[in-house]
Design a protein around this ligand. Sequence first.
Ligand code: SF4
Length: 103
Amino acid sequence: MTTRRTFLFRLIPAAGLAVAAGSSFAAGPEKASETDPTAAALGYKADASKVDKAKFPKYAAGQACSSCTLYQGKAGEAWGPCPALANKLVAAKGWCSAYAKKG
Ligand code: SF4
């Protein structure tokens, strides 16, 4: 007889495997969502022109992820991973308040 408890114990490792399989077969990191709590706290916008300039006065026109020291994308690519947002993909034309100009 399968009790509810043994059923759950069988289900949990299966779910773990599904998650592991999903991450190894995924097409790459997902895009960062502007509404993700970390992204929202940093004021991340995939389009830098949409940055809330009243809330983030440090934003200056021309700043973008592609010129940020944290941006991991290759030159010319539209998206690249960013460690400030859990290595999710951020837009080359995006911006957040952790912006630090490449030296
Ligand atoms: Fe873009 Fe830099 Fe902010 Fe990452 S830390 S989202 S690369 S501005």
